[in-house]
Design a protein around this ligand. Structure first.
Ligand SMILES: [Zn+2]
Length: 109
């Protein structure tokens, strides 16, 4: 990986972290338990289902955030960008799409 690619990737991770932090704040806001007393049964059911969907999205966003923070920490390491399994260089396009990728496409399967 060239220095320019590393910088591009770093900026990409930072931008993604900011976006995720915003998403997480928004999801935390809507998954906060609300009083259901005033709702009719259908609205209450809808609300419970939505809570589930949003909780899943929140967990996924938190996971991704942790992965990206870890990638940002590791990005200066000489072994960053190499597959942990086979040691092959992970293609830059894959890292750009998924900076937290620790395996090449082949080994990730
Ligand atoms: Zn591999």
């Amino acid at each position: 990986m060239t220095d320019a690619q590393r910088t591009t990737l770093k900026n990409k991770i930072r931008a993604e972290l900011e976006r995720l932090a915003r998403d997480i704040r928004a999801l935390e806001e809507i998954t906060r338990p609300v009083g259901n007393e005033d709702m009719d049964d259908i609205t209450r059911m809808d609300s419970i289902i939505n809570q589930g969907v949003n909780s899943t999205a929140l967990a996924a966003a938190r996971n991704r955030l942790a992965g990206l923070e870890y990638a940002l920490k590791r990005i200066q390491d000489p072994e960053f960008g190499y597959c942990l399994e086979c040691g092959e260089e992970i293609p830059f396009a894959r890292l750009l799409a998924m900076p937290e990728a620790a395996y090449c496409v082949h080994c990730a399967r």
